[in-house]
Design a protein around this ligand. Structure first.
Ligand code: UD1
Ligand code: UDP
Length: 380
């Protein structure tokens, strides 16, 4: 008699650096469980920045849509992901597809699943600003994925409440913590060494990242001019900026910080290529503070007890603000200059932000999600 196949086929789909960082621990967990046939599809929305993470976690995708092109538009990403996903979904017919967060990869994949009536599980569900233009297009993407999803893996109680208020069925919402912490628990090293940290070790080191679509153009120039002014006024400060591969971001940085900073060296600001996540986490740990418009970094900072100035008008991570580690500074040049200066000059204000706390879980989010998919519940 033919053996019944009780294995559940799970397809995880992602395409950008932050999704990869937060999905790789889950892939490892699922692959360790014989109950699952675990398949991985990357859209290649990012290329080098995605491959860095896949290499670190030693994940070889089963499918790669390889869609990235320079200065891609939202139309490019959405249509190319959908065209690429259709034959894979039709061929594999997974029991469930897992997507992460709020990228266009997540949105276009969820929509493709919906068209084929394949269930979707949303990892990092329920983050909200309720302002559809901030962050853009991410707020729309995650709300849309939420509508399509059958299972919602919410990192915190706040995100759970958003989902309940929106009418999602409570029995399909699970508070798991954020898999970002699972990743972070594997990367911090006691005796970490890097030449850039050697260079900055006698200073207060500032770590910088920026890339949000809604900040491209004037807001990004504002950020960079404010940072440049503060650096000029504080000789004991050095800054390291692992710059995003987006050509528009690179042009703005070149315009403000100077051509020579690429490859060459500004006196107290080093613009460097994107760091591997293991390096980046250890840089964060060594930093005096971080300036960013990133989402994921806002989750990592409270765990590390490292102050972050968030150069955005809104945040979907109120937990970090409550914990006191994050301050929302917007994108106005004078405001960034003022708050950044204050934080460097006023020890008391700085110390108030330096408190390690961890609103995003205990590093077992992946195991919880896997439990729920395998048994329907988790005891952790
Ligand atoms: C995307 C996500 C954003 C996430 C961010 C993480 C969307 C709409 N945006 O934004 O939510 O916060 O990733 O970084 O899904 N590039 C490369 N190599 C790479 C990666 C990017 O050259 O490895 C360049 C390409 O020119 C690409 C551009 O960066 O066209 C922008 O990439 P894209 O994924 O469209 O937008 P992000 O700003 O990275
Ligand atoms: N990160 C990294 N290398 C870098 C900068 C950031 O590995 O040079 C990591 C960081 O630790 C975090 C994630 O990338 O986990 C954040 O990605 P990004 O800011 O691109 O996207 P967002 O989180 O805003 O979606």
């Amino acid at each position: 008699m033919e053996q019944m196949n009780l294995q559940k086929t799970i397809l995880l789909v992602f395409g950008t650096r932050p999704e990869a960082i937060k999905m790789c621990p889950l892939i490892r967990e699922l692959k360790d469980r014989p109950f699952f046939r675990t398949l991985v599809c990357v859209t290649g929305q990012h290329r080098a920045m995605l491959d860095q993470v896949l290499n670190l976690f030693q994940i070889t995708p089963d499918y790669d849509l390889d869609i990235m092109k320079d200065n891609q538009t939202l139309f490019d990403i959405t249509t190319n992901v959908m065209k690429g996903m259709k034959p894979i979904l039709e061929d594999v017919r997974p029991d469930i597809v897992l997507v992460h967060g709020d990228t266009s990869t997540a949105f276009a994949t969820a929509l493709s699943c919906f068209y084929l009536q394949i269930p979707v599980g949303h990892v990092e569900a329920g983050l909200r600003t309720y302002n559809k233009y901030s962050p853009y297009p991410e707020e729309f993407n995650r709300q849309a994925v939420g509508i399509i999803s059958s299972f919602h893996f919410a990192p915190t109680n706040i995100s759970r409440k958003h989902l309940i208020r929106e009418g999602k069925e409570e029995k399909y919402i699970f508070v798991t913590g954020n898999t970002a912490i699972d990743a972070l628990k594997t990367t911090i090293r006691e005796n970490y060494y890097h030449p850039e940290l050697e260079w900055s070790k006698d200073s207060r080191m500032i770590l910088i990242t920026a890339h949000r679509r809604e900040n491209l153009g004037k807001p990004m120039y504002n950020m960079f001019y404010a940072i440049r002014k503060v650096l000029e006024e504080h000789e004991d400060v050095k800054a390291i900026y692992p710059i995003h591969l987006n050509p528009t971001v690179r042009q703005a940085a070149k315009d403000v910080f100077g051509e020579s900073s690429f490859g060459g060296r500004e006196e107290r600001l080093h613009l460097i290529e994107p760091l591997d996540v293991l390096d980046f986490h250890n840089f964060m740990k060594a930093a005096y503070l971080t300036l960013t418009d990133s989402g994921g970094i806002q989750e990592e900072a409270p765990f590390l007890g490292k102050p972050v100035l968030v150069m955005r008008d809104t945040t979907e991570r109120p937990e970090g603000i409550e914990a006191g580690t994050l301050k929302l500074v917007g994108t106005d040049k004078e405001e960034i200059y003022k708050v950044f200066t204050e934080l460097l000059d006023n020890r008391e204000i700085y110390e108030r932000m330096v408190h390690a706390s961890n609103p995003y879980g205990d590093g077992q989010a992946s195991a919880r999600i896997a439990d729920i998919l395998e048994f329907g519940y988790t005891k952790r």
